[in-house]
Unconditional design. Structure first.
Length: 226
């Protein structure tokens, strides 16, 4: 029976199935546990069968990153730029939190997958259509993306979960002498006493960036009018 089933499974193997299984493994165990052998075992084929669809692990990782990008809500090139950029950033954060391994390869790899190219094109198109020059649109996209990446990397690597902030602040408060560090001591005390939850707000920083870009664009338009 096994000999009859294996060829059927190989014939139905696709690159999408391989990528989906690789993402599932990375979501569960991180990239450290990802290997071509593990992926092959998960889809029920020999490792050599994978190479008919992906050349190597690096190509597989590129495809995984592109699949993650495909989950992001890209803007409409002719949509209202501020609302579009805000929705994209919020969506990107949610996607990266659901794939906690993805931020670093997304930042550190040049991936020219279809979804990645489509998202970049739509984002730049939305900003350029709103009146940003191409350099300004690129700077704006980078500023927004940097906020998302930095915030998510902090979220997934911070040693204390949000619900543990109060207890952690109370535990470490004695290590922050009030006489030497009065403002830091008071901030920690307020968290320990539940006067403040200690959580930064993703949209607070995002809206500061968007407000600044809006002011910049308005100023440029005023300059054009003389």
């Amino acid at each position: 029976m096994t000999g009859e089933q294996t060829p059927v499974r190989r014939r139905t193997l696709t690159k999408d199935k391989i990528v989906d299984e690789a993402i599932r493994l990375a979501d569960a165990e991180g990239l450290e546990g990802l290997s071509m052998r593990r992926v092959a075992q998960a889809v029920g084929v020999t490792p050599m069968s994978l190479y008919n669809h992906v050349a190597n692990k690096e190509q597989l990782l590129d495809a995984m990153v592109d699949a993650v990008v495909s989950e992001i809500d890209s803007p409409a090139p002719d949509g209202p730029w501020r609302e579009m950029m805000r929705a994209r950033a919020v969506s990107m954060r949610e996607v990266l939190l659901s794939h906690r391994w993805a931020s670093v390869p997304l930042i550190g790899r040049i991936t020219n997958g279809t979804a990645t190219l489509r998202d970049a094109n739509a984002t730049l198109g939305c900003l350029v259509s709103a009146g940003f020059t191409y350099p300004q649109a690129d700077w704006a996209k980078t500023a927004i993306d940097s906020h998302v990446y930095g915030y998510v990397l902090q979220e997934v690597n911070y040693p204390v979960e949000p619900e543990g902030y109060q207890a952690a602040a109370a535990e470490h408060l004695p290590e922050i002498p009030q006489a030497d560090f009065p403002f830091l001591h008071e901030a920690a005390r307020q968290i320990a006493d539940a006067d403040y939850d200690g959580r930064t707000q993703f949209v607070f920083g995002l809206d500061l960036i968007l407000d600044g870009l809006a002011d910049w664009l308005d100023g440029a338009r005023r300059d054009e009018r003389g």
